[in-house]
Design a protein around this ligand. Sequence first.
Ligand code: KG4
Ligand code: ZN
Length: 355
Amino acid sequence: MPSIRTNLTKLNQKAPVILAIESSCDDTAAAVLKNDTILANITSTQTIHEQYGGVVPELASRAHQQSIVPVVDAALRQAQIQLSDIDAIAYTRGPGLMGSLVVGTSFAKALSLALKKPLIDVHHMHGHILAHFINEGQAIPSFPFICLTVSGGHTQLVVVHSPTNLEIKGSTIDDAAGEAFDKIAKIIGLPYPGGPLVDKLAQKGNPDAFAFSKPQVVGYDFSFSGLKTSVLYFLQKQTAVDPDFVEKNKADICASVQRTILDILFKKLELLVKDTGIKDIAIAGGVSANTGLRQRLMDTGNKKGWNVFIPKFAYCTDNAAMIAMAGKFLYDAGIFGNQSQGAEARLPFLRSWNQ
Ligand code: KG4
Ligand code: ZN
């Protein structure tokens, strides 16, 4: 059976050009894809939120409004195409912050009307997962594969049967893994977003220095809110004795927290692999940029004989290239959006296009 990539490459001559827009949180992004190749990928990251210790939705939507036209313009220039070359417009319809999503959604709908080109509404997590198929010469997973999707809003175990048939096997019952990184980083006194900083500090620390409580959740679901509380109580107790405890032990705290988060993730991932027998294992989402997670996936894969798929850094955190790639698969399947669809902050993942 020819691989997905062979099929895509054969189509190259009449490959559609897809413009994609991503504005679900605090990155305004646009990308241009031709077939499975990215011609442009532009992201404008909003730095205004750093001073508030988290994303301020009102400020995020205002910044999207300011950036969206320049970002799309820059993407068209980088791709060396005109608006008239675009065959379809893909956009992130949800989930995310409503005020942020509305900017990208309205822009995409207006452009679709003006150019008389079809709209493709994309689920943000669908984009994260299908980013693995952006062609940069790397190996791609075979179907079915398991994807551990770990971002600031989601933590899921997904069996990907095909690009348009995805089965969620487990999800977090409270905080997402990225949220756990960010909230614990805040307790330690690190600025937002704390995940990458915990990662950096953890590289210099001892992962066995401190033990934190782990959740007892049945099946393939996850929980991270207990860990956050466990770290908070532990640090309150320690700083009562030594006010400089956090400062003196920052790297060890980060390494121990990161190790606990990875233990929680891998316990369920390994269980699902054992139960399904699937050996192609991918990670996706912002937390897949974590060096500890990437290393642990490689080590576990080597030990257990898995084929592991790790996205390149540019496609881990939010970007529009992944929305374009998901848009391309939906385009090929003839699944389009329409002008009466609005942004949805809690857009469900499983939809009627599963086939
Ligand atoms: O996918 P993403 O960019 O946005 C959402 O869809 O939520 O993920 C953002 C999340 C944040 O929580 C951020 O702290 C986390 O990904 N993150 C990391 C790392 N890089 C980003 N967490 C741990 N280690 C990293 N290196
Ligand atoms: Zn994301």
